[in-house]
Write a new protein. Structure first.
Length: 373
């Protein structure tokens, strides 16, 4: 600091900070030798707090307002200094201005994919990202835990730590939510609220409050997304035989309208396509003439769905698997009750029979025993 700044510090008795940046969290007020004149005016604006530090020890904290700095309104600093009477000479203390306004549009995201178990797809890897707003809720704790002696502390110096905490807690929230991957887009708000609850305690330890913690996107690996797109396309196409005939007719029309496809080659191609479409149309007419219930030539019905078979616990031992008819026999024999543990492929763990819908329905279908004659 030059001579001019030193002399100017002897006369300036106003301590304030006007912030023109968009990312400054803490600014240390610079005075020569950290000397503050007795009776100096401290101005703390809305969205700010002023933290006084004496010889590395945190002292007083002032909220928004105007203050005349005297020993009577510096209770903690006066105790640390041991002043018993008013004084006229300057005293030494570092003043840190802390911005308590909200810093919005802060980003978080997963550096590496998170592996989770999906009930439909099995183990999958997902990525997620979103935004949040943060503010300093406890200036004293924030300066003590994160700022230290940094004279100009910015948002990027704390954003990495916040992101690491958010991502770690997001993995826990995702694993405990039980939400299927395909249903996550409809549950972003619920995931954001659960995530906010989980990170609150971590942020309180730094004197930070996170607001509007949002999950904006959850994505699957590109290979899985391509497979889903193909599966969706097949559902949109529907009847593959009709779609093939439509594509063939479109190809004939394109060939006929293409002036560059003339000559013998074009004629041969047109004839071939004509025979192909004629054959397709003939098969279609034969199919429709045979009646609505007739199957098209070459069509093969899909295999019947495989009926579920269940394992049951009898006398502490695993038995099965059993089909529906066998389960009815065990119910009638009293080996299978509503409290009996059962399991089948696709279930995470053994469950009581009353909690497995297909088996629970069997108990209603079995008549009670005949009354004694």
């Amino acid at each position: 600091m030059g001579l001019f700044e030193k002399i100017r510090g002897e006369f300036i008795d106003v301590i304030e900070w006007t912030d023109s940046s968009s990312n400054t969290l803490v600014y240390r007020f610079e005075r020569h030798g950290n000397e503050i004149k007795n009776g100096a005016e401290l101005t703390v604006r809305e969205g700010q707090s002023a933290v006084f530090v004496d010889e590395g020890q945190l002292a007083d904290v002032f909220g928004p307002g105007m203050y005349t700095l005297e020993t009577s309104n510096l209770p903690i600093l006066s105790t640390l200094k041991g002043w018993k009477h008013a004084f006229e000479s300057p005293f030494k203390a570092e003043v840190y201005f802390v911005s308590t306004r909200q810093f919005t549009d802060q980003k978080w995201g997963t550096k590496n994919p998170i592996t989770m178990r999906d009930p439909e797809f099995g183990p999958v890897r997902i990525r997620a990202f979103g935004t949040y707003a943060m503010r300093v809720s406890d200036p004293a704790r924030f300066v003590k835990e994160l700022v230290g002696t940094d004279a100009h502390f910015r948002t990027d110096e704390v954003s990495d730590q916040v992101r690491n905490v958010v991502v770690a807690r997001f993995s826990d929230a995702l694993a405990s939510s039980g939400i299927a991957v395909l249903d996550m887009a409809a549950n972003y708000d619920e995931l954001g609220e659960a995530l906010s609850e989980r990170v609150r305690a971590d942020m309180d330890g730094y004197g930070i409050e996170l607001r509007n913690l949002l999950v904006e996107n959850i994505s699957l690996p590109s290979e899985v997304e391509e497979a889903l797109d193909k599966r969706t396309s097949m559902g949109v196409v529907g009847d593959l035989d009709r779609y093939t005939r439509f594509q063939t007719a479109e190809a004939i029309g394109d060939a006929a309208n293409n002036p560059e496809s003339g000559g013998m080659a074009a004629g041969g191609m047109g004839a071939g396509l004509g025979f192909a479409i004629a054959n397709q149309m003939g098969q279609s007419l034969n199919t429709e003439g045979a009646g609505a219930g007739a199957a098209s030539p070459g069509a093969t019905p899909p295999p019947l769905p495989e009926a579920s078979r269940y394992h049951i616990a009898i006398d502490g031992k695993q038995a099965g698997p059993f089909g529906v008819a066998e389960l009815r026999s065990h119910i009638e024999a009293g080996d299978l009750t509503r409290d009996t543990l059962v399991w089948t492929k696709g279930m995470d763990d053994w469950k009581p029979a009353r909690d497995v819908a297909p088996i629970a329905a069997l108990f209603d279908a079995v008549p009670p025993p005949l009354p004694p004659s």
